[in-house]
Design a protein around this ligand. Sequence first.
Ligand code: MCN
Ligand code: FES
Ligand code: FES
Length: 906
Amino acid sequence: MINKTLIVNGIKRTVIVNKDDMLSSILRNGLHLTGVKVGCSEGQCGACSVILNDKLVRSCITKMKRVPDESTITTVEGIGTPEKLHPIQAAWMAHGGAQCGFCTPGFIVSTKALLETIPNPTREDVREWFQKYKNACRCTGYKQLVDSVMAAAKVINGEMSMDELMFKIPEDGRIWGTKYPRPSAVAKVTGTCDFGADLGIKMPEETLRLALVQAEISHANIRGIDVSEAEVMPGVYKVVTHRDVPGKNRISGLITFPSNKGDGWDRPILCDEKVFQFGDAIAIVCADTEKNAKAAAAKVKVDLEPLPEYMSAPAAMAEDAIEIHPGTPNVYYIQNLKKGEETAPIFDGADVIAEDDFYVSRQPHMPIEPDVGFAYPGEDGTLTIHSKSIGIHLHLAMIAPGIGIEPEKLTLVQNPAGGTFGYKFSPTMEALVGVAALVTGKPVFLNYSWFQQQTYTGKRSPFFTNVRMAASKDGEIKAMEADWTVDHGPYSEFGDLLTLRGAQFIGAGYDIPNIRGQGRTVCTNHAWGSAFRGYGAPEIEFSSECLMDILAEKLGMDPFDLRYKNVYKKGATTPTGQTPDAWSLPGMLDLLKPKYEAARKAAADKSTDAEKCGVGISIGVYGCGLDGPDSSEVRVQLNEDNTITLFNSWEDHGQGADMGSLGTAHEALRPMGITPDQIKLVMNNTAITPNSGPAGGSRSQVVTGQAVKAACELLMGGMRKKDGTFRTYEEMKAENIPVEYDGKWTAPARVCDENGQGSPFAVYMYGVFMAETCVDTATGKAKVTKMTAVADVGKINNRLVVDGQMYGGLAQGIGLALTEDYEDIKKHSNMRGAGFPYINDIPDDMELHYVETPREHGPFGAAGVGELPLTAPHAAVINSIYNACGVRVKALPATPDKVLAGLKAL
Ligand code: MCN
Ligand code: FES
Ligand code: FES
C-alpha cells in the first residue's frame, strides 16, 4: 500500500492505494467520482478518459504507481455542473451528443484536452484526436459529436455566446418537431447520471458482490459441480447452483408459435444437465468483494463430458448431428411464404432470372456499457431487480416462474442504460441476480466485464439466404423465390418470430405479386440469438437488395431505374399482402436521383488504378410494432400544483424515451397552454408504471405515443370547461372529477397466417440509402466516404433525436458491412477484435433528408425511426464496392481479405 496526494478537480485529496490499482478504480470507488465511466477496461473505448497533469489518459489502464504524487486530475465533474455548464457540455446538449450518454463524460473530458491543445480545430483535427485517444461511441455515428466540439470551440473563442448556443422554445410554445434537448441531457453531460455500475458503488455495505462460474466450452453434459473448495474461500457467503434455484430454473420467451417443435422452456438460469454454449452460467459466487467472489469462482470444479459443438446452422442440420435439446429437433420451426400465383411456371417463362446466395453475420451489439444489474429483497417476500431491461413487464413474466417467485411479488426497474441496440429485448442477468438475492436474502450486485458482455449476451442471428427473382425484359419483377436458414444459437426465445420477419421483409419495398419461400430456425451452439436493431430486416433485405443490383446488371439497367420501376406505388402490396401505409418511395427516389447521378460521376472521375470508387444504393422498409394488435398503456395525473405527471414504461436504450414521452405529452396537452417544464416523467418501474410494452420493434413512438396522446386527451376532457378553458386541480377536486387517467392504444393490425400473409404492422418506415465508397486495390480495404439517407419516419417528434437515430444506425450499417463480427469467440471478444467502428471508419459526410408523410395510425402523424437506418445501409455499401471495383461480397463482413481475393479473381 502507498499513499498519494492528488489534486482532483481542484481539491486536495489523500488516497491509500495498491500501486497496481487503476486510477479509474480509485476515482470511482475511492472518491465516488462516478462520472468516470468504465466500459472496456482495456484502453479501447475512452469512456474512462481523464486529464492527468495536462495529458489525456485512459484511467482504466493507468496504474497508480505511474501517477506522481501531487498530480492534478480533471474528471467530468471538474469541468462543469448542472447549475454551471461548461460550453462543451452545453454544446453536447444542443447538438444531441448524448444519446445513451455512457461515452459522454469521456468525450467531454477528451474535448477539454483537445481545445486546450488546439483552440481552433478543424473537423478533421477533431476526428484525428478522437481516433488517437480511442474515444468510441456506439450510438451517434460521431457526426453530432464533432458538431458539438465545433460549437463549443466557437463559444470558448468568443465567436458565439452561450445564449446563442442553447435551444430556445419557439414563440408559439411548441416543442414538437424542434431540437429541444432531451430531459436527461444535463445529467449525462455532467456525469451525474447514475448508470447501473454507479448505483452499485452506492449500494448498502452488506451488498454481496457476485461472480459467475461460466462454461468455457460450447456443448457438454454436466456430470457434476463441486463447490466445496469455493465455499470456504475468504469472504464467500454462498455459492449458488441450479440445486438452489427455488423455481423452474428456466427462462421462457412466453409465446411460441403453434407449429414450433420446442416448448420454449429451453434456457436454464443456471445450467443443470447440459452446457449449451460458451459462457453459459453454471454457478454464482456471492461474496463480500468482487475480488473474493472471482477468486472463489475460479475454485468451483465442473465435471463436463464434451459433446460435438455445432457452431453454425449447416453443422447443426447435418444428418449425424445430435439434438442439442434432446427431444427437440435442431430445426425446430418452419415458416412458409406464399403470396399470389405459383412461381415455378413464372420462372419457367421468365425473360430474365437472377439468383444468388447471401450470408449476414453474427453482428455483436457492442454497447460501451457492459451488462450490469442488481437485486434486493423487500418486505413480505418481495424482490426488486434493477437492470438494463428494455422490456420490464415482459421480462418480469419471462423470469418469475424460473426464479420461483409470484409475479406480484417481483418488481423490475430499468436503470439508465448505456446502449443495448436490442440485446436487452431478452433478459440477461435479471434471473441470475434475482435468484442470488432470493437465496441469500441480501442485496446483490453483478457487473459483467466487457468480455462477458461480448461472449455471454445474445447476438444477431446469422441468416443464410438464397433468393431468386424473375423479371420481364423491361425490368418488371414478376416473381420471387426465397429460402432462408436462421442460426439462432441454443435458445429458442423469439427465434420463430425472427424467422417470420424473413417472410415479412424479403423484397420489401417492391411490388412483387407472386412469392414463394420457406425459412427455418436452427438450434446451434454458438451465441444465443437475441434481437438486434432491425431484427430480421438487415438479415433478409441484404439479400434482396444485393440481388436487385445483380438483376439490374442482367437486364442492362441502372440499379436505380430498376428500383424506381418496382417500388411500392398505389395498388402495390407488401410481401405479406398488406397495403403499405405510405406511398413515399417514388418521391424519395426522385429526391435522391440528382445526388445519385452526381455521385456516380464524381466516383468515376476520382477512380485511379490504386483506388477505385463507386456508389451503391438500397431500399429499407421496416414495421413499427410487435405483430398484430400490439398495445400500450400509460397514465397521466394532474398534480396539486397544476403540473402533470406522466407514468409509462417506455424503456430507454439511449434512443430518447424521455424525449419521446415529453414531446408527445406536450404536443397533446398544448391546448392547455402547459410548458414542457410543467410535465414530470415517472418511467420504467413495474411497481408504479403501467405496461407500455417493450421498447423494441421501433414501436414506442407509435404505440406508446398513441397511448400518451389518449391519456392526455382523457385528462383534458375532464379538465375542459364549457367555455373552453381548463379546470385547476382545486376545481377538479371540488367537482369530484378524477385527476388520473389511463391511456391505452391497440394497433389496428392482423398477425400473419402460416403462409406469412397478413397486415402485421399498422405503421411502416421507409428509407433509401446511398453509399459512396473507395477501395484500395492493393489491400482490398473499403472506406465509405459518404452516406446519404432519405427517410420517411412520418412527422418528426424531436429532430435532434431522429437525426441521432439516423446517424447512429447508418454507422452500425457500415460496421455490419465492413468490419463487425462475433464468429471467432477468441478474436472477436474485445472491441477492436470484433471490428468496432471508431471515428475514422465512419464518414463525417452524412446527409439526411426527411419526407414526412403524416401517418394515419401514428400520434400526430409520427412513425418510428429507431431501426430504419439499419434495415439496409450495408447493402448499399456492398453494392458500392461492386460498383467501384467489380467485386461482389455475398458473405458479410466485407473484410479486406475477401475484397482482395475478389480483385485477384477478376
Ligand atoms: N422519434 C421521433 N419522431 C419520430 C419517430 C421517433 O422523435 N417520428 C423518436 C422517439 O421519440 C424515440 C426515438 O425516436 O426517442 C426512437 O423511437 P422509436 O422508433 O419509436 O423506437 P423506440 O423508442 O421503441 O426505441 C427502440 C429502437 C430499437 S428497437 C433499438 S434496438 C434501438 C433504437 O431504438 N436501440 C438503441 N435506438 C437506439 N439508440 C441508442 N442510442 N441506443 C440503442 O440501444
Ligand atoms: Fe478505459 Fe474503455 S478505455 S474503460
Ligand atoms: Fe455514445 Fe451511447 S452516446 S455510446
